[in-house]
Design a protein around this ligand. Structure first.
Ligand SMILES: C[S@@+](CC[C@H](N)C(=O)[O-])C[C@H]1O[C@@H](n2cnc3c(N)ncnc32)[C@H](O)[C@@H]1O
Length: 214
């Protein structure tokens, strides 16, 4: 089975767009379990180091719930896990992905916490107002054949000042593209707060980055 997943991973490393994920959507979760996928849990743990139920309750009491974009939400594993470890009453979780079939899988799940799904392409301007989100999460999207640091300005546009992007990347990919990350972070007046290793899956090493929009 691991060989089958390795083949799929190689295929999406060549082309991580909708054509590749369309045929993977139905089996994706099952195959990810088989390779011990841990990145959704790791990213939510990182996000929870920055945001507590109490801090979001205070924000909600002042009139508006904390809006999060899960960019490249796929089948919704991030929202599914988040709903099990974080009270979602004071959160509005939006899911966006380029592959309609992946979003369809996410929509079928119960108790994922998502209140909205959209088809988005991180390589283009995103269909949300400027500074719409309090924080953005991306998990498993910054890797070969998918998105590179040139997508960062599109994310930062929809993030509020003071908001955080909490993202994963394949470790090797980040190291190869670091110059691009540094450039876009600087040009968009953002600050890289943290880079650290995270549990990812058995076939690759992962890191998380926490980036603040100033
Ligand atoms: C490895 S999956 C990760 C899905 C989910 N975040 C997870 O952790 O299970 C990568 C996802 O990125 C999406 N994707 C690839 N390129 C994209 C782009 N340019 N804009 C938005 N989503 C994209 C794919 O459709 C796929 O659902």
């Amino acid at each position: 089975m691991e060989e089958e997943v390795t083949e799929k991973l190689h295929a999406v490393e060549n082309d991580g767009g909708p054509d590749a994920y369309k045929s993977w959507a139905k089996d994706y979760d099952e195959q990810m379990i088989k390779i011990g996928l841990q990145s959704p849990q790791s990213i939510i743990s990182k996000w929870m180091e920055q945001y507590s139920p109490e801090s979001l309750q205070t924000q909600a009491a002042s009139g508006r719930k904390h809006r999060i974009l899960d960019a490249g939400c796929g089948t919704g594993l991030v929202g599914e896990y988040m709903g099990t470890v974080f009270p979602m009453d004071n959160v509005e979780l939006y899911g966006g992905d380029i592959t309609p079939e992946m979003i369809e899988q996410a929509k079928m799940k119960k108790n994922t916490g998502y209140m909205d799904f959209k088809i988005i392409n991180l390589k283009k301007e995103l269909p949300y107002e400027e500074e719409f989100f309090d924080s953005v999460i991306t998990c498993g999207v910054f890797l070969v054949g998918h998105c590179g640091p040139d997508c960062l300005p599109n994310i930062f546009r929809v993030l509020k000042k003071g908001g955080l992007l909490v993202t994963s990347s394949r470790k090797a990919f980040y190291e190869e593209t670091k110059e691009g990350w540094d450039k876009h972070i600087k040009e968009c007046n953002c600050t890289l707060l943290e880079v650290c290793d995270i549990p990812y899956h058995t076939l690759a090493k992962g890191i998380s980055l926490v980036i603040k929009k100033n």
